[in-house]
Write a protein that binds this ligand. Structure first.
Ligand code: SAM
Length: 190
């Protein structure tokens, strides 16, 4: 389990490990290769529900196969649409939302998350989040626009009322300044 400190995606999953319970409803805002979707599907179990969003059909199809292989397709609704439209599809409180920004490594690097739609999706996520719930956002700075996207996310989070929200930042201080980093948003009261 030492990988959780090396790999920021595993680190984010580990932070959610004790937050998400069997039967919960959660969102994967950036499905990609489906690693987070698979993690979420295992956590919520057959009584729970995962909504997964991606703008790339290949990401949705590959993740559907991955879930089938693990016998976890039943509790997941994969949606071929942008996360900025999540309120069209999700109308119940959610325990967690995972964002893994940027592009899909083995895919078209021009298809990236963008500040405007990311912020809109975050705004909708805060609306859907139940008390005690958590949003994780991994930011990648290595591609054009990635740094600005991270800054926009920070501006949005700084405006959240500190009496209701805890917003944290994890980053590697002994790696390249361009290394990915993680925001965590917790809604108090759970
Ligand atoms: C870094 S990858 C996600 C990796 C994924 N979490 C995993 O475990 O494999 C980012 C994904 O965001 C998707 N994406 C880009 N813009 C999006 C949007 N507006 N809504 C939803 N997904 C989007 C890309 O197509 C890409 O698959």
């Amino acid at each position: 389990m030492n990988d959780i400190f090396y790999n920021i995606s595993f680190f984010a999953q580990n932070l959610l490990n004790n937050v998400i319970l069997s039967g919960d409803c959660v969102i994967d805002a950036t499905v990609g290769n489906g690693n987070d979707t698979l993690f979420l599907a295992q956590k919520v179990g057959e009584k729970g529900k995962v909504y997964g969003f991606d703008v790339q059909l290949a990401a949705i199809q590959n993740t559907a196969s991955l879930l089938e292989q693990h016998g976890l397709a039943e509790q997941v609704q994969l949606i071929h649409d942008g996360h900025q439209n999540m309120l069209k599809y999700v109308n119940r409180p959610v325990k967690a939302v995972m964002f893994n920004l940027g592009y899909l490594p083995q895919s078209d690097h021009k298809i990236i998350t963008l500040p405007e739609t990311t912020i809109e999706a975050l705004r909708q996520s805060t609306q859907l989040l139940q008390t005690g719930g958590v949003i994780t956002v991994i930011v990648y700075q290595g591609h054009s626009g990635g740094e600005r996207e991270g800054e926009e996310v920070a501006l949005f989070l700084k405006k959240l009322d500190s009496r209701k929200w805890d917003c944290l930042l994890w980053s590697f201080i002994n790696r390249s300044p361009m290394a990915p980093y993680l925001y965590l948003i917790h809604k108090r009261g759970g």
